[in-house]
Structure formats: C-alpha cells, structure tokens
Write a protein that binds this ligand. Structure first.
Ligand code: NAI
Ligand code: MG
Length: 365
C-alpha cells in the first residue's frame, strides 16, 4: 500500500502555500513513481465555519490513522473574538495533544543563496545545518502546581518545572535516532548547575546514550548553549533540550538563517505499528493575514516541511535532499518571494511562480 498523508491547509496563506506542495506531491508521483495516498480536510477557522469546531472528530480520527499529517497554518482576525474553546489554534493543540507529539524538530539550515541574508557574518552561517529537538508535552508549561495564588498580602504566580524519567527518556531516544540519520553528534542542553530537573535530564540522557555508542554525546548549560549558537553554530549537529529552553533556543537558531517563510518543523510521537513515528509536519509561520489572498506568501517553509516528511516519515532521505537542493537552486537563480528580498527595484516572485520554479529545478535534477 502507498504511504498515506493527511493534508490540512487551514486558514490564511495556509491553502496558498499548500497548493504548491500539492504540485510537488503530484510531481513525485508522475516523475519518480512515488505515490502517496493523499486525503485533505479542514482545520482551524475554516473547520469552525463549517462544523462549529476547529477540528472535527472525523479529522482527528483520520490524523491518528495516517503515516503523516501536513498542516498549513490556522487563525486570522476573523476568529480573534471566538470563545477560547473553539479558537482555530485549539484545533492544532488538539492534534498535538491526542497524537502525543512529544518531540518537536526545528531545523536551522542555511541555504547557500541566503547566506548574505542572515544577520550574522556569512562564514558563521554558510552551510549551516543543525537540528533542535525540543520536548513539547511536559516541563514548566504543564507542571503542577500552577496558577496565581494569594500569599500573605500579595499574589504569587507559580509554574512548576517537572520531568519524569520516561518523559526525558523518550525525547532523548528520538534525538539519538535523529542523530543516527544525520552527523551522529548530539548536544544535550539543560541547567544542571541550578535545576533538579536538569540534573535528572543529564543523568537520563547519559543513560540512553549507552544504547547509541556511535553517537558522540556532549552536555552544555542552556545559557552557554545560547552563546555558542550565535558564536559558532556549526559546532552542533543535533541539540536536545526541554520545552522552555527549546522554545527560546529554536527561535534563536531559526533566525540564524533568515526568513520565517523558509522554516519547516516536525512534531513526532511514539512509533506506530508500522514502526513509523506519529508525525505532524508544518511550517513555523502562521496564517499571515497581512498578505493572505495576494499571492505573496513564500511556499518554501511548507515545501521544506514536506521534505522533512519524506525524510523522517517515509524513509526517502535522498528524495528529501533532492527537493531541498531544488529549493536551493531556485534561490540561487534569484527567484525570490518578497520576504527574501531586501533590495528595492527587484520584482518579487509570486507564490505560484516560486512553486513552479521549484518544480522546474526538480525536473532538471
Ligand atoms: P505569522 O507567522 O502569520 O506572520 C508574521 C509575519 O511574517 C507577517 O508579516 C507575515 O506576513 C510574515 N510571513 C509569515 N509567513 C510568511 C510566508 N510564508 N511568506 C512570507 N511572509 C510570511 O504570525 P502572526 O502575524 O503573529 O499571526 C497571524 C495569525 O497566525 C494569528 O491568527 C496567529 O494566531 C496565527 N498563527 C498560527 C500558527 C500556526 O498555525 N502554527 C503559528 C503562529 C501564528
Ligand atoms: Mg516560540
């Protein structure tokens, strides 16, 4: 049977960028004989408009069955005044929660043609290709007790950083597995100098590492890690860290390489019966209401999210590389959407022109 893919374009620019991915999926079928069993459904505001809920139960059930879910973006001003329980982002949160996607992969990859576009020096970022693995379902954003309480004559705001051994173990394993598919180097970041959860984190990651003798494991305090990421990011291959530090470090690492329109992500869960992890792929950006409907959106983040699906869900690493190289070639040819241009006087490519250029580069590869 063909690998199965559920596509959820969502709101705003989501459907616009997803249309370009659909062309690429068709290309893989026609030219490479790689056919996906694709189904498409609603998520976010458009699902609320039709069903009164940002994620229908049938869609949720389908997401649990397929090999991978590819999502565009959700939300928009039209839905800002909705009740919290039916807000578009609740659809996305429900997917992440019910699929139990505990491992969030955020690559920071610098395409040659964009090395000048980074705010850092060219030699610091040229050729950069690192991956941050962020624990996504536990830690200080979820730990109990939490809340704002009265204490004496003032209020106190409380969150609790809490990690169990099994929570650390499973995200560490997903990071080691990833390191095995990449450069076999893993750096774990915490603050074991001042946090109990950090001490446990370091112990458990070290223990899991014994199952991966080929992977070179190192540890770094997260604050030092932030410095090293901006000083010389190429020293890293895969970084694994908790939910809070990962939130900060992945945003920092992402911006080493340029635009929001270029950033893919993946969220992985436990292996299914077929051995593949539960998986949701999505661009980092949102629904960009300021440019929606104008053909200005950069489809690369969504295209590169599909490339991650090829590599991490479908074991098609060579095809993923082929697609990434096509994107790189297009950028090198100077085809750029508006978000990738900082000079006046150059006509930006439209969303469809960018997608078509990637197809042409695939044809030429
Ligand atoms: P955003 O990521 O949608 O946009 C931020 C800025 O980046 C805007 O100026 C936008 O035009 C630009 N931008 C984003 N993606 C782009 C692309 N592919 N090509 C060119 N330019 C791009 O974040 P914002 O404005 O904070 O949120 C807008 C809506 O999206 C809100 O409703 C928010 O809740 C939702 N959102 C959804 C996310 C998701 O679906 N995962 C993530 C972040 C925000
Ligand atoms: Mg963040």
């Amino acid at each position: 049977t063909n690998p199965s893919l559920l596509i959820l374009p969502g709101d705003g620019i989501g459907p616009e960028v997803m249309a370009e991915v659909r062309k690429i999926i068709d290309w893989f079928g026609a030219r490479r004989g790689i056919t996906f069993d694709v189904s498409e459904d609603l998520v976010g505001g458009c699902a609320y408009d039709k069903h009164g809920t940002p994620l229908h139960d049938d869609t949720m059930a389908r997401a649990q069955e397929v090999d991978a879910v590819l999502l565009g973006a959700v939300g928009g001003p039209k839905y800002d005044s909705l009740d919290f329980s039916v807000k578009p982002e609740r659809g996305l949160l429900r997917l992440r929660k019910e699929m139990d996607l505990f491992s969030n992969l955020r690559p920071a990859q610098c395409f040659d043609a964009l090395a000048d576009f980074s705010s850092l020096k060219k030699d610091v970022v040229a050729g950069l290709d690192i991956m941050i693995v962020r624990e996504l379902t536990s830690g200080v954003y979820f730990g109990e007790p939490r809340g704002i309480f009265e204490e004496g004559n003032e209020r106190v705001g409380i969150n609790t950083q809490r990690y169990t051994e099994s929570e650390i173990d499973r995200v560490a394993r997903s990071a080691f597995d990833l390191a095995m598919k990449r450069g076999k180097k893993l750096c774990s970041m915490e603050k074991a100098n001042v946090m109990e959860s950090g001490i446990l984190w370091r112990e458990v990651v070290t223990e899991v590492g014994k199952d991966y003798p080929e992977v070179e494991l190192s540890h770094m305090y997260a604050d030092a890690g932030a410095m090293q990421l901006t000083r010389w990011p190429k020293q890293f291959d895969v970084i694994v860290t908790d939910n809070l530090f990962g939130d900060l470090l992945s945003d920092l690492a992402a911006m080493l390489t340029g635009s929001l329109g270029m950033l893919p992500s993946a969220s992985l869960g436990a292996p299914m019966d077929n051995g593949r992890p539960k998986a949701l792929y999505e661009p980092v950006h949102g629904s960009a209401p300021d440019i929606a409907g104008q053909g200005k959106a950069n489809p690369c983040a969504c295209i590169l999210s599909f490339a991650m699906a090829l590599r991490y869900s479908f074991d098609l690493g060579d095809e993923a590389t082929r697609l990434e190289q096509a994107v790189n070639a297009v950028l090198g040819d100077g085809v750029r959407t508006a978000d990738l241009l900082n000079e006046e006087g150059i006509t930006p490519a439209t969303t469809a022109e960018m997608g078509d250029a990637v197809l042409a580069a695939l044809d030429a590869s």
